[in-house]
Design a protein around this ligand. Structure first.
Ligand SMILES: [Zn+2]
Ligand SMILES: [Zn+2]
Length: 180
């Protein structure tokens, strides 16, 4: 698998460098493309919802969209709890065939009460691959072992990180104009 475009990892507000470095290393191997870590983007207080005590993830996506310094896919990481209208919380957000996506980190660390570091990092990776799949035009997949399966609560436990997309999804990625 080879992604044509490069990927930029953009911390939106403070994010541990080791998380970004882990994702950089894994994504560049899985997708066979260049992955850069960009400087921190300031998190504006205006997009914090004081009533919900959460950030509006759509507003974070818009921030990335307006971030002109970089080409290719822009993946924002935010270490704050996020929501979108109609959901109590969200773990990640993307736009179908869009270039920007956001991963919200705090709940990925808490789910199942398991705070093992490797499990957490792999959840961040799976969430990133899932949202990136949407960016590349993929919808949800019926196969439980595919990273595009809609199973946020199960945390995509069965996904093989060496082959995160099932054969059908990988085929769709290969056919997609903007991609492989
Ligand atoms: Zn999804
Ligand atoms: Zn699939």
């Amino acid at each position: 698998m080879k992604l044509k475009e490069s990927i930029s990892l953009i911390p939106v507000g403070p994010v541990e460098q080791t998380i970004l470095e882990y994702i950089q290393q894994k994504l560049s191997t899985i997708l066979n493309t260049e992955v850069f870590i960009r400087p921190m983007h300031i998190l504006p207080s205006g997009i914090f919802d004081t009533r919900r005590n959460q950030y509006d993830i759509r507003a974070v996506l818009k921030l990335l969209h307006d971030f002109e310094d970089t080409s290719g896919y822009k993946i924002g990481y935010i270490n704050e709890d996020c929501y979108e209208d109609g959901s109590e919380y969200v773990l990640g957000e993307s736009v179908l065939k869009g270039e920007e996506l956001v991963i919200a980190l705090p709940r990925l660390n808490l789910i199942d009460g398991n705070t093992d570091r490797t499990i957490f990092l792999n959840r961040v990776l799976k969430e990133t691959l899932h949202e990136l799949g949407h960016s590349l035009g993929l919808l949800h997949c019926p196969h439980g072992y595919c990273v595009m399966h809609n199973s946020a609560t199960l945390h995509r436990k069965e996904v093989d990180l060496a082959n995160p997309y099932c054969g059908r999804c990988e085929e769709l990625l290969i056919q997609s104009d903007s991609t492989f």
